[in-house]
Design a binder for this molecule. Structure first.
Ligand code: LLP
Length: 413
């Protein structure tokens, strides 16, 4: 559980402030219990009897979290050869990993299929042709672009007119290639976007997917991808997962009755880890200025867009909580800004905060998905450590980078 009690923000049974003291700031902190309960909620909501959750590890590839999900029986959605490799290394079953690349080079397919033995989910006609040449008479999965897209930002929409997937009017080409190379299409996949809070686009896409799947005779699974949104703002309506799950199960049940049994796969990333993580940062500077007679406050912290790029890249909203002043009246409206040399380096715009001062710790909430995994060394700054909390236990699972780490790939220093 991550939540406020009295003055304090707690992560599991621990005060966020104390974690910040022990491990320093900035630091990513994840609550394992939240990961487990999100996973269970998803499985319970989708009542289909043969469901496989394929965790989208691009959202968060923390090894402790991956092991937790592996132990729960999760499979893995891998979008690079390295994600697939990491999954295998951590003991995810080979047949429970699906490689869904985009603009995939032959070398990558040779490695993923040829060396790792992982099923390839093909994203284009060109890739299918190259796959067929490399691996004739094998199994393959195809990613369909159903012409329906949704997402929290235009960059997070992948269905419709985007670079992703095989378009519906290319299906004849697919069939010809499948025949020519004697491939077996065992999976039909789609992923329409990310951060979707409305059930309908998923259901519309699932119907299209079913239409496509019914044209192949060897289909073993339907994969509707990820994209299940979570509320970031207070008062935002969550996705009705019960409804979506029930409707999806009905659709796939119907398909199974007509065309033979198939598994249903889903690839959640954000839903599993988004609300399970926070980024703890420390206030290092408070700048109060007057602009055209109006007061403007910049709360400067020891992190920034290099550690959490979502606000800068998508204008994404993350709540900010002063971890030891959580119940103080919120009298200040401030932009929480980082230490990177860009004006777009924001973590929150117009955050409602209590009176904060240098030294206070702030929690950037719901930072478990696409936080660390999208971080960088911009401005030659190290990435923060990652800590996993489980009840009253706390464990460092990835150390803070050092100056030596930053230079480790430079050949001559
Ligand atoms: N499956 C495929 C093939 C994907 O490309 C993705 C995400 C997922 C599953 C998982 O989507 P999720 O359940 O997490 O929404 N960086 C953006 C999100 C980009 C998502 C990319 N693909 C953000 O921070 O909002």
């Amino acid at each position: 559980m991550i939540g406020v009690s009295g003055r304090y923000l707690y992560i599991g049974l621990l005060k966020a402030e104390e974690i910040a003291e022990s491990f320093g700031t900035p630091v990513y902190v994840y609550d394992k219990e939240v990961v487990v309960s999100n996973y269970k909620e998803l499985v319970e909501s989708i009542g289909y009897r043969d469901l496989e959750v394929m965790y989208a590890c691009k959202a968060n590839n923390n090894v402790e979290i991956l092991k937790t999900l592996r132990d729960l029986g999760s499979g893995l959605d891998a979008v690079s050869p390295w994600e697939a490799l990491l999954g295998l290394k951590l003991g995810f079953r080979r047949e429970k990993i699906l490689f869904t690349g985009n603009n995939v080079a032959d070398e990558e397919m040779k490695f993923v299929r040829g060396e790792l033995g992982v099923l390839v989910n093909v994203d284009s006609v060109s890739q299918l042709r190259r796959y067929g040449r490399l691996f004739p008479e094998t199994e393959v999965s195809i990613r369909i672009n159903p012409g329906i897209g949704a997402g929290h930002h235009e960059y997070a929409v992948t269905g419709g007119v985007t670079k992703f997937g095989i378009y519906l009017n290319q299906l004849e080409q697919v069939k010809t290639l499948v025949r020519d190379y004697r491939l077996r299409v065992v999976g039909v996949h789609t992923h329409i976007g990310s951060g979707i809070l409305d059930a309908e686009p998923f259901l519309e896409a699932a119907k299209v997917l079913i239409g496509v799947a019914s044209q192949f005779t060897s289909v073993e699974f339907l994969d509707i991808g990820g994209g299940f949104g979570i509320p970031y703002k207070s008062g935002e309506k969550p996705l009705d997962l019960q409804y979506l799950g029930r409707k999806l199960a009905e659709l796939v049940e119907g398909f199974s009755m007509r065309y033979g049994h198939v598994k249903l796969r889903v690839e959640p990333g954000r839903f599993i880890v988004g609300n399970a993580g926070v980024l703890l940062v420390r206030v290092v500077d408070v700048k109060e200025v007057e602009v055209s007679g109006l007061k403007k406050v910049f709360v400067g912290v020891d992190s920034g867009m290099n550690h959490l790029i979502r606000p800068a890249l998508y204008g994404a909203h993350h709540e900010v909580i002063a971890v030891s002043k959580a119940d103080w009246p919120k009298t200040v409206r401030a932009d929480v800004v980082g230490n990177i040399c860009e004006s777009g380096d924001v973590l929150a715009i117009g955050a409602e905060l209590p009176e904060v001062e240098e030294g206070d710790v702030l929690a950037i909430m719901n930072a478990g998905a696409y936080g660390y995994s999208m971080s960088s060394n911009y401005n030659l700054r190290p990435r923060p450590p990652e800590v996993v909390v489980y009840g009253s236990e706390v464990k460092l699972t990835r150390r803070r980078e050092t100056f030596e780490d930053l230079l480790s790939t430079s050949l001559e220093v």
